[in-house]
Structure formats: structure tokens, C-alpha cells
Design a protein around this ligand. Structure first.
Ligand code: PGA
Length: 263
């Protein structure tokens, strides 16, 4: 059974004290609740990553960066390298988010370079992909997603399925309040799983977590997580309030219990 990841992508939200307050409350929640088979994860902005990692140290939760440089080190003003993220003990990093693709013109080739940098540091990339509304309406969803997979994973070999995480995020569902239905999401997750199976084999593809992102909230998360190929959520807006975030973790714990094979 795959672990369910409940990932909060905070984007450019929360200042230092808000980050501290959220992490302290999350730590308190984790000390008093079992999260068996669920990994809560938050992705604050760069300046507060180390503090967040400190506050959640030794708890069953992870901290991720929202991006990383495609370069190793040197004269790249404003960039943060995978080595630097590794030096504060981070284990995860989001790459290829549609907002980076849209506003910073990131291509699959660039996402692949970032993935290579992260792998050097044993940081697990959460590789985001997904189609725009125009592409969906033109019936191109599968073609777009497969092209993104081929570009991001070109010549990348995996030894195990736990080396990467994929997040399917239809661009039309991000921040719009318009969620893909559970079945629409499952359909694309199955396409992704199938591509992974052909590329990496049954064993590895069976272990890779594929998250869904796009207007996930407490009242729609259960239906999404119950789908066979949806292994968690990459959640923007609804991850910013601690109560909502913890409620979604609770739901994930319930769904993990349902999904657990009976001995
Ligand atoms: P949203 O964002 O949950 O606010 O739609 C998701 C994301 O962009 O990762």
C-alpha cells in the first residue's frame, strides 16, 4: 500500500511568525494524533524552511521547498541550490509547478535539470504536471501529460519507486475553486501510472505516489483519495488554515485505513 501524502503548497503566503505558529500547532496535532500511513508535508517559502524543519523535527511530517535551481552553485543571483536545501536536511522539493511554468517559462527540460540536481542530494522531487483548460477541451489531456512525463524523465533511471513523487494538477483547477471530479482525476492518474509502468516496470510504478492538486479542500478530499491511483493531495489555498489542514490529514488517515489490505 502506498503512503498518502497530504502536501500543503503555501506558495508566496505566510510570514515568519505565521509560519512558526502553524508549525507549532501542527507539531501539537502530530503529538496527539496517529497519522499511520499518511505523511503530512508543508512547503513554506525559502527563508522559513529551516525554521519549519526545526519545529517539525522528529515528528512524522516533512518540509519541502517550492523550487530549486537547475544549477549546482555559483553566479545565479536569487537562486537556491539543491545542495543548500540538502544542507538544512530537506527531503522533498516541488518542481515544475504550473505557476513556474506559466510565469517563469519553465520547460520540461528545465524541470528535468532541477530533478537531476535534487537526485544528487537525495531530495525527493515532487514533479508537477497537468493540462490547461484549452488543452482539455481540445481532447489533448493524455498527449500533454505523456509529453510532460517524457520530457521530465528523459534518461532518468529509478532504482525504487520511492525516489520520486508526481503531482497531477490540471491548470484549470488550480486556485479556481473548480476541482476535477474524482473520476476525471482518477482517469488521468491511471494514464500516468500506466506510463510509469511501461517506463519503469510494475514494481517501481506500483510504489510511486501520484498526488492530485487543484482546489482540494476538506469537503472534496475523501472522494479523491478513495480513487485507486490517487495517493494524496498537493493543496494550495486550503492548506493555509491549520484546522482545514488537520481535517484533511484526519480524512487521509481514515482513507488509508480503508485502503489497507486486510491481513
Ligand atoms: P489550490 O492550489 O489548492 O489553491 O488550487 C494547488 C496548487 O497549486 O498546488
Amino acid at each position: 500500500m502506498r503512503q498518502i501524502i497530504i502536501a500543503g503548497n503555501w506558495k508566496m503566503n505566510k510570514n515568519a511568525s505565521e509560519t512558526q505558529e502553524f508549525c507549532a500547532e501542527l507539531a501539537q496535532y502530530l503529538k496527539t494524533h496517529s497519522v499511520k500511513d499518511v505523511l503530512p508535508l508543508i512547503a513554506p517559502v525559502f527563508p522559513f524552511l529551516a525554521k519549519a524543519a526545526d519545529l517539525l523535527a522528529k515528528l512524522p511530517a516533512a518540509v519541502a521547498a517550492q523550487d530549486v535551481s537547475a544549477y549546482e552553485s555559483g553566479a545565479y543571483t536569487g537562486e537556491v541550490s539543491a545542495t543548500q536545501l540538502g544542507s538544512i536536511g530537506l527531503n522533498y522539493c516541488i518542481i515544475g509547478h504550473s505557476e513556474r511554468r506559466q510565469y517563469h517559462h519553465e520547460t520540461d527540460a528545465l524541470v528535468r535539470s532541477k530533478l537531476l540536481q535534487l537526485r544528487e542530494q537525495d531530495i525527493i522531487p515532487i514533479v508537477c504536471l497537468g493540462e490547461t483548460l484549452e488543452q482539455r477541451e481540445a481532447g489533448e489531456t493524455e498527449k500533454v501529460v505523456v509529453t510532460q512525463l517524457e520530457g521530465c524523465f528523459r534518461d532518468i533511471e529509478l532504482k525504487s519507486g520511492s525516489e520520486i513523487v508526481i503531482a497531477y494538477e490540471p491548470v484549470w483547477a488550480i486556485g479556481t475553486g473548480r476541482t476535477a471530479t474524482s473520476l476525471q482525476a482518477q482517469e488521468v492518474h491511471a494514464i500516468i501510472r500506466n506510463w510509469l509502468k511501461q517506463r519503469y516496470g510494475v514494481e517501481i510504478s506500483g510504489i510511486i505516489s501520484i498526488l492530485y492538486g487543484g482546489s482540494v479542500k476538506p469537503d472534496n478530499i475523501a472522494g479523491l483519495l478513495r480513487q485507486p491511483d490517487i495517493d494524496g493531495g498537493l493543496i494550495g489555498g486550503a492548506s493555509l488554515k491549520i484546522a482545514d489542514f488537520c481535517q484533511m490529514i484526519d480524512t487521509a488517515v481514515d482513507v488509508a485505513r480503508e485502503k489497507r489490505p486486510t491481513p
